[in-house]
Design a binder for this molecule. Structure first.
Ligand SMILES: Cc1cc2nc3c(=O)[nH]c(=O)nc-3n(C[C@H](O)[C@H](O)[C@H](O)COP(=O)(O)O)c2cc1C
Length: 387
């Protein structure tokens, strides 16, 4: 029988590159689509503040388009409602978000995002920009996926394979956006390197067919991601935390792998560590699922073990069903697997937990679980409103 005291590992402070967070709970980055004109509103600021007040120490924002014309478009729901990190209005909006979160006692990192081949041509803040990816392909179309059937044909139409100049431009855009984030007052930077978006399409052999130094084995496929991290590190200086999200699975292919073995994963993680990452956010649908055959360790535990850096676990924490299952069946029940997460954290498998849907449904999730109360269930309809 578990008692609330068993959850205390989750409520210990955590220092990431000099930034001390009061507990180990983070809100996972979640695109919501409530930023008209790509600008976060007062309602968005209140939404994040509410989670800070509810006891979540670290808010990772929804994906935010970096300062590159092709960074976001339809592919993430409504292109119109996805925020960006450039332009006076968006910057003013983010200042308000940051000050509200700080007033609520929390810390906040923006998730820097370039959708790459998931942006439909002709959409987003700059409709004339060409969609780009390492080799001009979205990837195979016969895999297990949740990609919108109505968009599949458009995604799978070849688009622009990035030139060396495109690569330099995008890397510079990441650096510029990170500098803007620092000026705004964000406490750290989160990088979206998962789910089949631009950075991930360099890591995944199915979408990276390049024969130059950005394609080939894992070391070469990691080069773009590492150069992005390096540019961000240069822009923000040595003491601002950088969290990098990676995943095996892609929205193009739920069963995909970028690393077949721990050794191969280690090559990628070490390249990113050398470039300046402080913490790895190992994106999985089930936080406790073994990542490789012959070992019970989940991906976040491997990330920590292989890199020597801190890691964050995510996926199904507090809920009975994974993200995609819950979207198809209409929701998920409360599951007290956070006790298992606390136990794994106490054993040193990972340092932090990112909570996604459970925090959309219940901003007071941390306080409730800590005091043994039942948090709210997740209903698909909860995604339709921002409260
Ligand atoms: C509505 C919604 C939007 C999401 N948007 C993003 C995003 O912008 N960036 C990202 O890295 N992950 C995104 N995710 C994935 C979450 O960060 C998280 O990894 C996933 O929901 C699993 O955590 P959970 O089981 O606790 O919900 C999104 C998830 C949801 C439910």
């Amino acid at each position: 029988m578990n008692t609330p005291e068993d959850l205390e590992p989750l409520f210990q402070p955590l220092t990431i590159n000099g930034l001390t967070l009061p507990n180990r709970l983070a809100m996972a980055p979640m695109t919501r689509g409530f930023c008209p004109g790509n600008v976060p509103t007062e309602q968005v600021a209140a939404y994040y503040r509410r989670r800070a007040e509810g006891g979540t120490a670290l808010l990772i924002t929804e994906g935010v388009g970096i300062d590159h014309p092709s960074s976001v478009g339809i592919g993430a729901g409504s292109a119109e409602g996805v925020p960006v990190l450039y332009g006076d209005k968006a910057i003013a909006g983010w200042k308000k978000v940051v000050s509200e979160v700080h007033a609520g006692g929390g810390f906040i990192f923006p998730q820097l995002w370039h959708q790459g081949p998931f942006r439909l041509p002709g959409t987003g803040p700059v409709p004339t920009a060409e969609s780009i990816s390492p080799s001009g392909t979205w990837g195979p179309t016969d895999r297990r996926t949740n990609a919108h059937a109505e968009y599949m044909e458009a995604y799978s139409t070849p688009h622009k394979a990035m030139t060396e100049e495109d690569i330099s431009d995008v890397i510079a855009a990441y650096g510029r956006s990170a500098a803007v984030a620092k000026d705004i007052g964000f406490d750290g930077i989160a990088i979206h390197g998962a789910s089949g978006y631009l950075i991930d399409t360099f890591l995944w052999p199915e979408t990276n067919k390049r024969t130059d130094r950005y394609g080939g084995d894992m070391a070469a496929r990691s080069r773009f991601a590492a150069e992005v991290v390096r540019a961000i590190r240069e822009a923000v200086g040595p003491t601002m935390p950088i969290v990098f999200r990676f995943a095996q699975w892609k929205q193009q292919d739920f069963d995909a792998t970028i690393a077949e073995t721990p050794d191969e994963l280690g090559i990628m993680l070490n390249a990113l560590t050398d470039a300046g990452v402080d913490m790895f956010d190992a994106s999985t649908l089930y936080f406790n699922k073994p990542a490789f055959a012959d070992s019970p360790l989940p991906l976040a535990a491997w990330a920590k073990k292989l890199s020597g850096k801190q890691s964050m676990a995510v996926g199904g924490i507090g809920l009975s069903d994974s993200l995609f299952n819950s979207l198809s069946i209409g929701g998920a029940q409360v599951e007290k697997n956070y006790y298992e997460a606390a136990e794994r954290m106490a054993k040193g498998e990972f340092d932090s937990l990112a909570i996604g849907r459970a925090l959309i449904s219940d901003p007071e999730w941390p306080q409730k679980v800590r005091t043994g109360q039942e948090p709210a269930v997740f209903r698909r309809e909860d995604l339709g409103q921002l409260v």
